[in-house]
Every structure is written in structure tokens, then in C-alpha cells.
Design a protein around this ligand. Sequence first.
Ligand code: GLN
Length: 189
Amino acid sequence: MKIGILALQGGFAEHAHSLTRLGAECFMIRRERDLDREMEGLILPGGESTVMRKLMEDLGLLSGLRQRIADGLPVLGTCAGLILLAEEVEGGKACLATMGVRVKRNAYGRQLGSFHTEENFQGIGRIPMTFIRAPYIEAVLGEGQILARADGRIVAVQEGKQLACAFHPELTEDLRVHRYFLDMAGGAL
Ligand code: GLN
């Protein structure tokens, strides 16, 4: 299985590491022609969503990515990647806007900017969750299904073949969220 990872900024290498450990192939997406490569899934990593949005615009990647996702390419967005997918962004601008959620950027304030916890993820069980200046999902606007909450806040949603997490599964040794994504991309879910 081949997965493209948006590699303009942020935690793309960590996602590549998780996928490789699961035996999936991956390649980096840095320019428009990379979108022509065959892929069965796409990852939008964590990082800084404002910087990624700007680079996507400057490099002409925005409409191609939006189109691929709209056409049904399975996608996993983590943290900033979730913000890029969200239709509504409080404290920022919408980018791809393919997923019917409203997110709040930097939602946990300074004190709780970064933290680690363990919560239930539907279909997987209890998993470690690392949050870094994370958003949370304030509301599901469309048909999305809530897969996880932490401290009462929605932190993972799946809408069709779009999966988004406010935390960073690529920063833990636990590979179950990536496995879930590969199953989803391969049509098992
Ligand atoms: N705070 C970042 C943003 O708004 C997201 C943080 C992250 O991806 N770890 O884009």
C-alpha cells in the first residue's frame, strides 16, 4: 500500500516512520506533480497550519489536494492536519475545508499547551494521546462520527474516508491509529 505524506513542514518524518514500521510504502508530497503519483492514502501531518496553508497556496497544491480528497482519496490529518481539513476554523482560516467539523485552534490555552493522556478510541481501545498546542473539535457539522474524546472534548472524527485527530499518534510507539487508517484506506473499514 502506498501513502503520500504532505511534507512541507512539521511532523512528516514521524508519520513515515510509523507507516514503514507497518510495512506500508510512503513518499513525500512537496510539489504539484507529486499529486500525479499513484497513492491509496494521504497524510496531513502536525506542524503549523498557517505555514502549511501558505506553502500549499504558494506551491499550487491546494486545489489538487482538495480535489483528490473530494474524489475519495482516504486521508489522515493529525493536529495541524485536522485544522487543514476542517470546514470551519475558530482562530484561523479554513484551508481544504473538506471535512464537516468546526475546530478551535490552540484550544487548550498556554498552561495546558502540551500534554499526554490515555483515552478510548472507538474500534481500537485505549490509546496514548500526545497533544501539542492542539486544537479540539468544537462541533461535528456533517455526517462525521466521533471516535474519541479526551477530557470531554472531541479529539477524533471520521467522515467517510477522512480521519482526523487533534493528537499525534505518530509521536508514540503505538501504531494502532495508523493501522486503523491503513485498514480504512484499503477498504477494510
Ligand atoms: N497549533 C498548531 C496550529 O494551529 C497545531 C499544532 C500541532 O500540529 N502540533 O496549526
